[in-house]
Design a protein around this ligand. Structure first.
Ligand code: MN
Length: 330
């Protein structure tokens, strides 16, 4: 059986906490919500505990308010000795924020269920399919194999996660299987236009102001094949937007045919600097992320920087050298 190890893990444990990566995106939230209802329906006690708040556009998925935010929950006072943890949509335990210190360290066991490359998952129980478009796509197949009936609310979450992680069915890992799952979601009542408008037409005016500011920082390198955008803490404050509302801005430079790599340096309100990278074709940005203890896919990866902006920018740009400078040309 394809999903034997995770299915056994679920069967053997009745108290299961779900979490996902920091700054949870559509696939992370979609996965948590779908898994929450699926595992509840087979009699499990389920909690979702996240390190970071989700963007407002995802609130509709959690109409029952089941997602607990680490800092607002009572996690610190609890001991989780009768609980296990399933980590969704990341295979790097350093990528779950404070859930690592205050939940992962207390549970009796944990399991990683994910579709990213890299990470340190080889050391732990895991099910990882790096060819899968999204964690939501894998969950759909897991629940099918486990013969769990999928309700409308689960399918909405799964469909949203797939749309988000495939860029609306266009990124390289989109397969016929992805469409077949999406078709089943739509057959069972999911409305594609409704999900589209939740994901892409629900932005605030503040986020438009932030977008305008971030785009104005655009710089080009390597004969305009590499674009760099920067967002500082004060840009978030001045615009009144949320940090999470900047997450799609990295895709804008890629709309230009010439741009092969888009890099986005963004500082959050605590002043922590993150570097996100997207690439086209054969350019591997995951290797850069891994050098700085981050992770991701070949064409979408990121890491938290220990270095100040100007320093990390030079380091990252240097690593792209091999793709843009002809040998013997220096
Ligand atoms: Mn994902």
């Amino acid at each position: 059986m394809r999903f034997q190890s995770i299915a056994d893990f679920i069967r053997e444990n009745d108290n299961i906490i779900l979490t996902a990566h920091e700054t949870p995106d559509g696939d992370a939230i979609g996965s948590e919500i779908a898994a929450y209802f699926a595992l509840k329906s087979i009699g499990k006690n389920i909690r979702i505990i996240n390190a970071d708040p989700m963007a407002e556009k995802y609130y509709f998925l959690d109409s029952d308010n089941v997602i607990e935010l680490y800092e607002e929950s009572t996690v610190l006072q609890e001991n989780f000795q009768n609980w296990v943890l399933i980590i969704l949509d990341t295979n790097d335990i350093n990528n779950i924020g404070q859930v690592k210190e205050n939940v992962l360290s207390k549970v009796k066991d944990f399991f990683i269920f994910d579709h990213h490359e890299g990470g340190d998952s080889v050391l732990t129980a895991n099910h990882i399919e790096s060819e899968a478009s999204s964690t939501c796509e894998m969950l759909y197949e897991l629940f099918t194999e486990m013969k769990i009936e999928m309700t409308y609310e689960m399918l909405v979450a799964i469909y949203l996660g797939i749309v988000y992680d495939t860029g609306s069915f266009i990124y390289p890992k989109t397969t016929a299987r992805t469409f077949a799952i999406a078709e089943d979601c739509v057959r069972n009542g999911v409305n594609p236009n409704f999900i589209y408008s939740k994901l892409y037409e629900s932005n605030s005016i503040s986020s438009l102001m932030l977008q305008s500011k971030v785009l104005s920082t655009l710089e080009f390198f390597y004969e305009k094949h590499v674009a760099v955008q920067t967002m500082l803490k004060e840009d978030i404050i001045k615009s009144g937007a949320l940090y999470e509302e900047a997450d799609s801005l990295i895709n804008i430079p890629l709309k230009s045919e010439d741009i092969k790599v888009s890099i986005f340096f963004k500082e959050n309100l605590e002043g922590i600097l993150r570097c996100s990278m997207r690439s086209k074709g054969n350019i591997d940005v995951a290797f850069i992320a891994q050098i700085f203890n981050g992770g991701g896919h070949k064409t979408a990866a990121g890491f938290k920087s220990k270095y100040p902006l100007e320093e990390i920018k030079v380091k990252v740009l240097d690593m792209l050298n091999k793709y843009f400078v002809q040998p013997g040309n220096d």
